[in-house]
Design a protein around this ligand. Sequence first.
Ligand SMILES: O=C(O)CCC(=O)C(=O)O
Ligand SMILES: [Fe+2]
Length: 336
Amino acid sequence: MLPTARKLVFSEVPIVDLGPAWRDDAGRAEVADAIAAAAGTVGFFYVRNHGLAERDVRDIFQTAVDFHSLPLEAKMEVSLKLNDHAQGYLHGMTKGNDANIRENLQEAFQIRRPLADDDPDLLAGKPLHGRIPWPPAMPDLKPRMMAYYDKVNGLGYRLLDLFELSLGLAAGTLKASFAKDMNSLRLLHYPPQRPDESGEHLGARGHTDTNAFTILAQDANGGLEVRNRDGEWVAVPPVEGTLVVNVGEVLKVWTDGVFTSAVHRVINRSGNERYSIPFFMYPSFDAWIQPLIRNPDPANVAPEDLPTSFPRDRPFVYGELKARNVARIMPQKSAA
Ligand SMILES: O=C(O)CCC(=O)C(=O)O
Ligand SMILES: [Fe+2]
């Protein structure tokens, strides 16, 4: 049988209304406090009044449906196995924290921040830097994806400012690590799973995100689950008009473990095709990452023995660990 998740009472993953933050400084302070409370306990929260139009979100889901409806050969033409920077089409991807990794039941198209043709890092062949392989079979994928990318990227930077405020850091402290961000947009598709399946294959096995934070648009089908401190899998059901934000490993390190990078997974029990659109806030390759505050309660930290865990006891260059992580989960072509 597929594993089950305890049904979530909505209030268990908090909803943060970003509305006041767009009003004045008092509103920003209030929202920053709500974000800190959610990030420090659950590591996941919904945001409403996030500033993206309903229409923009609807359009990117249609874009995902249109892309994944292409014939497999057209998608394989832009397979990320054909390059060494992990952009393009993933046909069943290996990812997660299990020692014995099996394929996830998902396919995806993913891009990172586009680079100019004469970008020095691109020309130098720096790891994780390369030209996006846009599919010839879908000429409008680029404008459609980039229209959403630009908007959700803007929201990402507004949230980064709020995280910074929530930690009492000087303005620009976190942003300094994003001078040449590697922010990434992914169009995900999960086939339905039968309830009597073995549970060997899941849409996405339990993992933490190896970025600062993620902004996720999910469709009406549900299937995202987050593991709480008691080891229970709690469903994160779709809530109309919201996006889901979750803390990744980098924010956890910056906060010395005060913010929680929660293990999450996806099981599509809905009987329908499920689509989701995560946007990942990735620091610059060259950013040095280390705690920026001291945790006053050092024993109260989420598990750190996962393959995706990042160290807090020594500074590291973000891209080096990220590239190693990508190479581990996509071993067909080393991205490091
Ligand atoms: O599809 C989802 O709801 C979550 C996807 C996810 O966790 C990821 O891609 O890192
Ligand atoms: Fe994730």
